[in-house]
Design a protein around this ligand. Sequence first.
Ligand code: SF4
Ligand code: SF4
Length: 374
Amino acid sequence: MFSSPEPAGFLPLDQLHALVARLMQLGYQCLGPAVENDAIVMRELDAPDGLPRGLQAEQAPGRYRLTTDPQHRYFAWANGPQAIKPQAFAPQESLWRVERDAAGMLQFEAVVPNAPAQAIIGVRACDLAALALQDAHFLREGRRDPHYAKRREQLFLVAVQCAEPGATCFCASTGDGPTPTAGYDLALAELPDGFVAVSGSAKGAAVLSALNLSAANAQQVDAVRQQGQAAAAAQTRSLPGRTLRDALMSRLEHPRWDEVASRCLACGNCTAVCPTCFCHAEIDGPALDGEASRHERIWDSCFGESHGHLHGFNVRPDIRSRYRQWLTHKLATWHDQFGRSGCVGCGRCIAWCPVGIDLTEEVAALTGSGVSHE
Ligand code: SF4
Ligand code: SF4
């Protein structure tokens, strides 16, 4: 996060509300962590001082429990089930609608979302990396998705360094965390008495300059560096540091696919929480009187029966082939599409899998690479 050309500032702990107030003043709807259904999700803040403190989440395969941070920090929680994906790629939205006019002719009309300007406070490095992958898919040259683009350009991202990664996190091994390095407007690192803050965009620099912060001193900058190194060292899961494309694609008939299929419920939780998954279905919602219809895009999952359905047959009729599709797309053929793996090491698919399937263990079993969890 210190690759920013701007010098780092220091925001005292009791001035965090001034940052939120400034963003609100600029017209942003501010989203921050909130507890809902016993999990941390991103919700609109009612007031500048509405950010909660002291939240933590214990995570393990198939397990997520809220706990309390003894140091009463603002951002000691590792990521919740919800990344920032829904803010750019809506779970369900209308793409266009059609109506029959008075002359009986069909009139088509694009539906462009009325996306508010949103500032998201508490974005993690893994989620910034995931958003860059969503951008590569939805904003690619010549195929720019106007719905995604409209929401995406309205986002102001306030990233935070992860000081307490969850036991399911492995972003250090994928090179995507735990310290944000790109893709943010502002980045914060929480220390006992305040936040070291840097900007990553012109918008971010303008917000920081309005706060009139004093410069962070060398000890504070060094403490942030050490905190990032300690958070990376604390991660006990990993993916191999090499490209897994050939290793996985040469094992398409490995018996492990049957073994994992015997445990997998094909519930699709892993794809719903994964910040890089972008598969969707398109459905039509006709009005009962037959005079109008809306064409909708809705998140889909490669674990669903209908996802592999082609005209007359299903290319992935069983769970074995669906799990294999998920893992080989994410970790192997993604390299062909985007030049990197589709996994940013957030660990959500491990924590939110009801039977605790762990993709780092599956990769180790498939490729014979080591895996160690303390
Ligand atoms: S595959 Fe799992 S660990 Fe990797 S980005 Fe998706 S949810 Fe996170
Ligand atoms: S791997 Fe887990 S979360 Fe994913 S579909 Fe199978 S049971 Fe559900």
